[in-house]
Design a protein around this ligand. Structure first.
Ligand SMILES: Cc1cc2nc3c(=O)[nH]c(=O)nc-3n(C[C@H](O)[C@H](O)[C@H](O)COP(=O)(O)O)c2cc1C
Length: 509
């Protein structure tokens, strides 16, 4: 059968290994790691850190409650996987380039919520980490971050649940406790859960970034652990250049080093040949920010950190005033690059939208014809007694056709559904992935009703059809013939473009 991707087969295979501790490719030994940093650790920063020499990159901490509200979207314009809130905000964006090196860090205080989040992202990332070191109120008040350090039992539950049920390696990032013996006993609890590595920020919860990092404590932890220890906390004090990273590893006896602030100021800290000048880092960063349509507000914030002590310069002042990615790019002479990229992207979006309005007819090997159209189901468009599936049954009855047969396909990672309807040896399918089987059946019923010219929406019933612009839906046949039908659909097209592109939200370029 000529169907798109057979998700069910692909993911059923991965389901079979559930429950087993899968060996994975990501090793945390002898690595240079970009630390998790809120607002900094978004996709452009992570990709640039990898280009400059980091082996592993952590995303910014994402709170479990926030990710659970998201849906997973394969963004075919940017070639990314996006986890998107209902209002269109992209909470986590990742891409193939970092898939084997990106670690997803979550904030959580609950094993089941943690597991739910890990299952949502596990196919798209290389590792899962739990933040157990954040001392900020917003984290500790919810029992997350450094608050967990007082509850080894809770830590054990969270990590065990993850290790036993997630197919990617699990780690956590902690701070040290006031007493060495307490720190060591905590570390051993963590180690006993089967985590792949342990990141240690060598400061206590109440210590500030300017307080000296306790390399001696990290060293004792490294010596008493059999899993790789990732030393963290050396920026500024110890690490100012690439060669200092080796010194930090020697001082802490750790297998790997994780860098936050030095990377925030200059990501090329990961280059063994030495740091690049600030302007080059900003331009390299901007290339990724534009390519991956990073929110301009986040882009601006990250560049402010790179400018760091140079915010009073002309560039710094212009940056503060910038209100779009284009304006930011113009400061560093990259407006043509930005403009061209945006125009190219718009062409892709236009082509995709045109394609989605075209019903494709494919001849399948069993001789039947599959009609496909991208047609997400919108409840509000129909009266409850006239939902598309109901209409379809009525039409089949009137035309004395056999009852339609519904076959559901499930995409496991995000539990989305598609449906193929068979009537009279013809098949109909909406290529949109729906939240429920019911919605998938209605969506494909809509496609069928449109193709046979029988669809009634609630506005048509009330005679309001012409408040919506009429638009053409092309039907392209595999032999190249074309004919067109007209449906009431125009208004939806606009909102669909925005929600499926996930490029803008509040940003204006
Ligand atoms: C801007 C910023 C954001 C941070 N966000 C996180 C975070 O999301 N998760 C986390 O575990 N630590 C976070 N941290 C702490 C760092 O990961 C790191 O532990 C700390 O800065 C010490 O490392 P350094 O000396 O290399 O900066 C953040 C630090 C900074 C400066």
């Amino acid at each position: 059968m000529i169907l798109s991707v057979n998700y069910s087969t692909k993911y059923v295979m991965s389901k079979k290994v559930k429950g087993m501790r899968m060996s994975t490719h990501l090793s945390y030994a002898d690595k240079l790691i970009l630390a998790p940093m809120v607002r900094i650790g978004t996709l452009p920063t992570r990709l640039l850190a990898l280009d400059y020499g980091a082996d592993i990159v952590y995303c910014e901490e994402i709170i479990d409650h926030k990710l659970i509200k998201c849906r997973r979207v394969e963004n075919d314009i940017l070639n990314t996987v996006d986890f998107v809130e209902i209002d269109g905000t992209v909470v986590f964006r990742t891409c193939a380039k970092e898939k084997d090196q990106v670690v997803f860090q979550m904030g959580t205080a609950d094993p089941q919520r943690a597991l739910k989040v890990a299952k949502m992202v596990e196919s798209d990332v290389a590792g899962i980490d739990v933040n157990m070191g954040c001392p900020k109120d917003y984290s500790t008040k919810g029992g997350m971050g450094a608050a967990l350090l007082q509850h080894p039992e809770k830590i054990k539950q969270i990590l065990t649940t993850l290790v036993e049920n997630v197919k990617k390696p699990v780690t956590c990032k902690v701070r040290i406790l006031p007493k060495l013996e307490d720190t060591l006993s905590l570390v051993h609890v963590i180690e006993s859960t089967g985590v792949a590595a342990l990141a240690v920020h060598g400061r206590r919860k109440e210590e500030r970034p300017n307080d000296p990092v306790h390399c001696d404590v990290i060293k004792v932890i490294s010596e008493s652990c059999s899993i790789p220890v990732i030393a963290n906390g050396g920026s500024r004090d110890i690490i100012k250049s690439y060669s200092d990273i080796a010194a930090f590893r020697r001082l802490t006896g750790a297998s790997s080093a994780m860098i936050a602030r030095e990377a925030q100021w200059n990501l090329s800290i990961f280059r063994k040949e030495g740091k690049y000048p600030m302007e080059k880092v900003i331009r390299d960063y901007l290339r990724y920010a534009v390519e991956y349509d990073n929110y301009y507000t986040n882009t601006k914030y990250c560049i402010q950190q790179i400018l760091h002590e140079d915010m009073e310069t002309d560039a710094g002042i212009a940056l503060l005033k910038a209100r779009s990615l284009l304006e930011i790019c113009a400061i560093w002479g990259m407006e043509d690059f930005c403009q061209n990229t945006l125009e190219r992207r718009q062409k892709l979006i236009d082509a995709r939208d045109e394609d989605r309005r075209t019903v494709k007819r494919r001849k399948l090997m069993d001789g039947s014809v599959l009609h496909q159209l991208y047609q997400p189901f919108k409840t509000k468009k129909y009266d409850s007694e006239k939902f598309p599936k109901v209409q379809l049954f009525e039409v089949c009855k009137q035309r004395k056709w056999p009852k339609p047969v519904f076959s559901i396909e499930e995409r496991l990672p995000d539990r989305r559904f598609q449906c193929i309807i068979t009537i009279n040896n013809d098949k109909y399918q909406s290529t949109a992935w729906e939240r429920s089987k019911r919605a998938a059946e209605h969506a494909s019923s809509t496609v069928c009703l449109q193709v046979i010219g029988e669809l009634t929406r609630s506005s048509e019933k009330e005679g309001k059809c012409h408040s919506l612009e009429r638009s053409e839906v092309n039907i392209s046949h595999i032999n190249g013939d074309q004919k067109s039908i007209t449906i009431c659909d125009r208004k939806e097209k606009t909102s669909e473009v925005n929600s499926q592109t996930y490029c803008t939200k509040s940003d204006t370029r």
